[in-house]
Design a protein around this ligand. Structure first.
Ligand SMILES: [Zn+2]
Length: 168
């Protein structure tokens, strides 16, 4: 191990989020990872309720120690900013305080609906561009939940994200 490698610090942090679907027939679109997903109701919340980007935002906050969802996102929301990409970008900005650099993001979704397999590549591409990582540094898996939870019963969607970061 060279001197550079031994002084490098590696961390991982977790984030979680969940939202309930708006009633069927409501016009709110479903947005996951910044991608509009047709054929399924949107998620309830003041913002676009992008559960994947919210879990990622919380994970990035877990690295920087600077929380964005809550006070900061509520203020943005009250100013009309409902695109969750902005919240995640705010969280990414806080990484510079600790000289952190993201190296990887892993996302796990529990949802009976929508069927995510057809959208995984598009979501990975979108997330990669928002967080500034190559697509092959984004992991995204989905499970139906087997009817065991409200998410598995199709009442809403839950997402977990683990991000890894490093600094010299
Ligand atoms: Zn949320």
């Amino acid at each position: 191990m060279d001197a550079n490698a031994s002084s490098r610090v590696f961390v991982s942090a977790i984030g979680q989020d969940s939202h309930r679907f708006v009633p069927d027939g409501s016009p709110k679109p479903l947005v996951l990872g910044g991608v509009a997903i047709p054929g399924c109701p949107g998620l309830a919340g003041n913002s676009d309720a992008d559960v994947i980007l919210h879990a990622l935002t919380n994970a990035v906050s877990g690295v920087s120690g600077q929380n964005i969802l809550g006070k900061v996102s509520d203020k943005l929301c009250s100013e009309g900013v409902t695109d969750s990409r902005v919240y995640l970008e705010k969280a990414i900005e806080t990484l510079s305080i600790g000289r952190w650099e993201l190296t990887h993001a892993s996302i796990s979704v529990e949802a009976k609906r929508p069927h995510l397999a057809d959208h995984i590549n598009a979501i990975k591409k979108s997330v990669a561009s928002i967080v500034g990582l190559p697509e092959n540094s984004i992991g995204l898996t989905a499970t139906s939940g087997e009817g065991l939870t409200d998410f598995g019963l199709g009442e809403g969607i839950q997402a977990f994200a683990v991000v890894s970061a490093t600094r010299c």
